[in-house]
Design a protein around this ligand. Structure first.
Ligand code: KDG
Length: 315
């Protein structure tokens, strides 16, 4: 595998019309989960990706499993759990640009992931292990599972990529801050958004915040700055990669996952840090132009075309 990831994927329901969900009578239904989004993004770009998880042995679990496998991701490590349900979530559009998320995932099959679900040899053979801050928020056993996967990766020289993906609805701030900081310390590459960086370490410029991440132990920091682009810092390189203008943000959710897939694809292709981060910006921009988390993820030729032909915005 080029990249192995682990985490929860849920069935997402979005009311067809804007407004509070109590008035909704029709919903569109999609597959969504930060880590499987990254795996799908990489598969679409031609890389081998694998996703470790638990799903309920129910209709939604079967649908999610088939969907992700159908996207070309290796799902051999997914367990269909007969004793718990697949998680669900709802995304209401209250007003233009104002979204509200409601989870039904407590006690879900994925929240029962445990260290024994992770096969050391599966991780050992990957180039990168990708984890996010969502998984440890789901349960103590999920937290232990993430630590175990990271331990296996480190023992075998596999690079650990960590996206904090702060979800404040899932846990109290003090716990999130403690665990996310612990995971930053264990990661090789950290991909926080600027707001997540400020949540963890207080206000600062991108340069200052990136330095703080490095002081905590991450060797490469790539700070996402929304539409303007990203700032990257490691031993060998430092700078800004410009963002891409989009005519309309149709659905912003999933942009960060697309960014991760783009950056990792660039590093796997041997690009330098600036070009890899630029790829991340481009994939993120393409994702927000389509509804859903994964629909806008590009194939390699479309991505190259987008980077070549789009005007880049000024940082
Ligand atoms: O990054 C997109 C995901 O956040 C979304 O699809 C749902 O994984 C999800 C979560 O736990 O919030």
């Amino acid at each position: 595998m080029d990249v192995v990831t682990l985490g929860e994927t849920m069935m997402l329901f979005t009311p067809d019309n804007p407004g509070p969900m109590r008035y909704a009578d029709r919903f569109s239904n999609r597959v969504a989960g930060a880590e499987s989004n990254v795996a799908i993004g990489l598969a679409r770009l031609g890389f081998q990706s694998g996703w470790i998880s638990r799903l309920g042995d129910d209709e939604f679990g079967k649908k999610i499993n088939a969907f992700i496998r159908g996207e070309g991701v290796d799902t051999s490590q997914v367990i269909l759990d007969e004793t718990a349900d697949t998680g669900l979530f709802f995304k209401e559009k209250l007003a233009p640009g104002e979204w509200r998320v409601k989870y039904y995932r407590q006690g879900s099959a994925a929240s029962r992931l445990k260290p024994g679900d992770v096969d050391e040899s599966y991780i050992a053979e990957a180039n990168y292990l990708h984890v996010t801050g969502i998984t440890p928020a789901l349960s103590d056993s999920c937290y232990e599972t993430v630590l175990t996967a990271i331990d296996y990766a480190r023992a075998h020289g596999v690079n650990v990529v960590f996206d904090p993906n702060l979800r404040r609805k899932l846990w109290p701030d003090h716990k999130a801050r403690k665990v996310l900081t612990e995971l930053v310390q264990k990661a090789d590459i950290v991909l926080p958004g600027i707001e997540e960086a400020e949540f963890l370490f207080g206000n600062g410029t991108p340069e200052e915040l990136a330095r703080t991440f490095r002081e905590k132990g991450a060797s490469t920091v790539i700070l996402k700055l929304g539409g303007t682009g990203a700032y990257y810092l490691n031993n060998a390189a430092e700078g800004y990669a410009e963002g891409f203008e989009v005519p309309e943000v149709v659905d912003p959710v999933g942009a960060g996952d697309g960014f991760s897939a783009g950056v990792l694809s660039g590093l796997l292709d041997g690009l330098d840090m600036k070009d890899a981060v630029q790829r991340g910006n481009a994939v993120g921009a393409m994702v927000v132009m389509a509804p859903g988390d994964v629909e806008g993820l590009p194939e390699k030729d479309r991505l190259v075309d987008f980077i070549t032909n789009r005007n880049q915005s000024d940082v």
